[in-house]
Design a protein around this ligand. Structure first.
Ligand code: C2E
Ligand code: MG
Ligand code: MG
Length: 634
């Protein structure tokens, strides 16, 4: 039979081009890459054998050689679907390479059977054999081979459909193309046995896989010439898969945001490049990774005290001022070390620790490397748990609103109150708003929480008509994130109207952060028109810029408890407090002093001229029922 080998030759050329491109680019040797390497070499082998066997027409070669070559070809050819399946399996695997015995058996048993059947064929004639005229025949076991190949292909299809979210669109396309084209190729091959198309189908699939699955460009930070977060993730997954000990050192340039702010984005890019190139001289290739702005990571393996040497070298390099763009800059850095498997046991642990390490209070660091795995993870786990508790609390309405009455020294009675949210969990007990509010602000949950608090307060006020019973208004804390919402006023007015409460019964507390973010003007203008008043909360912490008090229409200034407490133990602070109160009085501000815990504090503040006092001396924040009883209006 005269074979048409054009497709085979094209496949061979294509395979060689992909191979050259692949090896030309440095790429991370993850388990995925190893499978890809297996796949492409297998393909090359089948290409070569296919072309060579046709070219060597009338091959009166020794029978042993014919058996050998055919066996290699059949093994290689039948392994292609296996490689494909393994590739997908690794891509969609979420266990970090910890496969169960069942998974391993399902993966490797069929391909092992295939190889065994082919290798024994010269003796058993199971898969193929030559008759006495050197004519090639398929043996009785050949259909089993086809079946196994089919099983891997069907399994690939099922896995792709089942785990579609774990794969990109391109990746799915590659798999579907392979499965459809292989079936069509098999039909063509059957109709025209002399036209060899299967290799070409395989080569095209590998090309698609290479473009979609490999895509080494995604892993590189081109400008810096090192791998990025995606490359880092793959490298970590590969290292965890190997289960050898290794360390991750995360370097954070803590003054990077300040440098960026002062000297601009372009300069900070050049600076990063300089830092990277300085560090590169100390590190081996594939040790340094760029995670995000001002954050680099180093992966160090355990061999030969590598870690101490590397850490010392990085420290030395970072302690030197960086000379770049005509500037001489001293970086402030923090290094955090994670040890695998001692501190962190899975890929998720490592990623969580790195992300969470941003929360570490850097000021307390004295230049040493922080061994942080355990605590960081505990912190991260607590954060995840609290996020879940918040989600449940929102869904089940189990957040609670407590009220802390505020005492009027002139009226000698409680005249208003602050609404404070409470979150209780059976395992963690009461979780402080100081802890969960910032988390809720970060992930946006604060909007729903804020609405819940506002609605709960309005509902209570409407039911009790507390403005008729001596409580002039309720103070409600407003997060900066809420103020950033365009429809915040509609939401607040909507709820007040729904419960039909007078707008003047609501006082909104904001902090200076809200002013700093420049999101307050509009909200404040639109709310004060209706009669809602505003408090400037936590005055005396942060910048306490007097301009803010003058510029914005605040009704109340709340002196932070730290300012009150400090005044009680420090004469200068006492004088500062006295002057602050006098000045605010002069500006016709209502003053609320927070954190009043003793009679002595009450007397001093009252004598100073603070009209309103809030603190444990009068009452802790209490549940609604207790609050209403206290007000004697229940
Ligand atoms: P804040 O608005 O400054 O609230 C005053 C905090 O001081 C409350 O803490 C209150 O319980 C506490 N406090 C009052 N008097 C005393 C005292 O005499 N001694 C001591 N040691 N503490 C006193 P809490 O309830 O833990 O709230 C902490 C912060 O969480 C609040 O500070 C506020 O910024 C935020 N927060 C609370 N509830 C909400 C809310 O519904 N929405 C928003 N956005 N933030 C809230
Ligand atoms: Mg407050
Ligand atoms: Mg406050």
């Amino acid at each position: 039979m005269r074979y048409v080998i054009h497709y085979d030759v094209a496949a061979l050329i294509l395979t060689v081009i992909i191979l050259i491109h692949f090896y030309h680019k440095k790429s991370i040797r993850s388990s995925q890459t190893y499978v890809f390497i297996g796949l492409i070499w297998t393909l090359l082998l089948t290409d070569i054998i296919d072309v060579a066997s046709v070219l060597a027409d009338d091959p009166r070669i020794p029978l042993a050689v014919a058996y050998g070559v055919n066996a290699v070809y059949l093994i290689a050819f039948n392994m292609l679907p296996f490689w494909c399946y393994l590739y997908l399996f690794i891509l969609t695997d979420r266990s970090g390479g910890r496969w169960t015995a069942v998974q391993k058996t399902v993966l490797f048993l069929p391909v092992s059977v295939t190889i065994l059947m082919i290798l024994t064929s010269p003796f058993t004639k199971l898969v193929f054999y030559y008759d006495s005229n050197w004519v090639y025949y398929h043996g009785a076991g050949f259909p089993v081979l086809c079946m196994i190949t089919g099983i891997y292909m069907i399994a690939s299809m099922v896995l792709t459909i089942k785990s579609r979210t774990a794969l990109t669109g391109w990746q799915r396309t590659a798999v579907y193309f392979y499965l459809i084209a292989a079936c069509m190729g098999a039909v063509v091959q059957n109709m025209f046995p002399n036209v060899l198309v299967m290799q070409f189908v395989a080569a095209l699939t590998v090309l698609l896989l290479y473009m979609s699955l490999e895509n080494p460009d995604d892993d590189e930070e081109k400008y810096l010439g090192i791998y990025n977060r995606s490359g880092f993730d793959k490298m970590i997954a590969a290292a965890v898969g190997k289960q050898d000990e290794f360390h991750v050192v995360v370097v954070t340039i803590t003054n990077f945001p300040a440098i960026r702010e002062a000297l601009g984005a372009e300069f900070s890019r050049i600076l990063t490049k300089q830092v990277v190139s300085n560090l590169k001289t100390e590190l081996k290739p594939l040790e340094l990774y760029y995670l995000t702005e001002g954050k680099l990571a180093v992966i160090v393996d355990e061999k030969g005290g590598n870690l101490d040497r590397t850490v010392a070298a990085i420290r030395e390099e970072l302690d030197e001022p960086v000379v770049t763009g005509g500037m001489n800059l001293q970086l402030e850095t923090v290094m955090i070390q994670l040890d695998y498997p001692e501190d962190v046991k899975t890929v998720e642990d490592i990623m969580d620790s790195i992300d969470y390490s941003a929360n570490i209070p850097y000021e307390s660091n004295d230049g040493e490397v922080i061994r942080a795995g355990g605590e960081i993870l505990a912190g991260k786990r607590r954060e995840s748990k609290i996020l879940q508790i918040m989600k449940n609390a929102l869904a089940n309405g189990t957040f609670q609103v407590y009220y802390q009455p505020i005492y009027s020294t002139s009226q000698e009675k409680f005249h208003s109150a602050e609404a404070l949210i409470r979150l209780y969990d059976n395992e963690l007990g009461f979780i402080s708003p100081e802890e969960f509010i910032p988390m809720a602000e970060k992930n946006g949950m604060i909007l729903k929480i804020g609405e819940f608090v506002f609605r709960t307060v309005c509902r209570m006020m409407a039911r009790e008509r507390i403005w008729e019973k001596g409580i002039d208004y309720i103070e409600i804390n407003l997060s900066v994130v809420q103020c950033m919402q365009e429809d915040i006023c509609e939401m607040l007015y909507g709820i007040m109207d729904e419960y039909d409460i007078p707008y003047s019964c609501i006082n909104l507390e904001v902090t200076e952060t809200t002013i700093a973010k420049d999101v307050l003007w509009d909200t404040m203008e639109r709310m004060t028109v209706g009669g809602v008043t505003f408090s400037l909360d936590d005055y005396g912490t942060g910048y306490s810029n007097l301009t803010n008090v003058i510029k914005y229409p605040f009704h109340i200034v709340k002196l932070d408890k730290s300012m009150v407490w400090y005044a009680m133990e420090n004469e200068t602070a006492m004088r500062a407090l006295r002057h602050t109160v006098a000045m605010l009085q002069d500006l016709d501000m209502c003053i609320v002093a927070e954190g009043v815990e003793t009679k002595e504090q009450k007397d001093i503040l009252q004598e100073m001229g603070c009209e309103y006092l809030q603190g444990y001396y009068f009452s802790k924040p209490v549940p609604e029922k207790e609050f209403l009883e206290k007000m004697k209006i229940a």
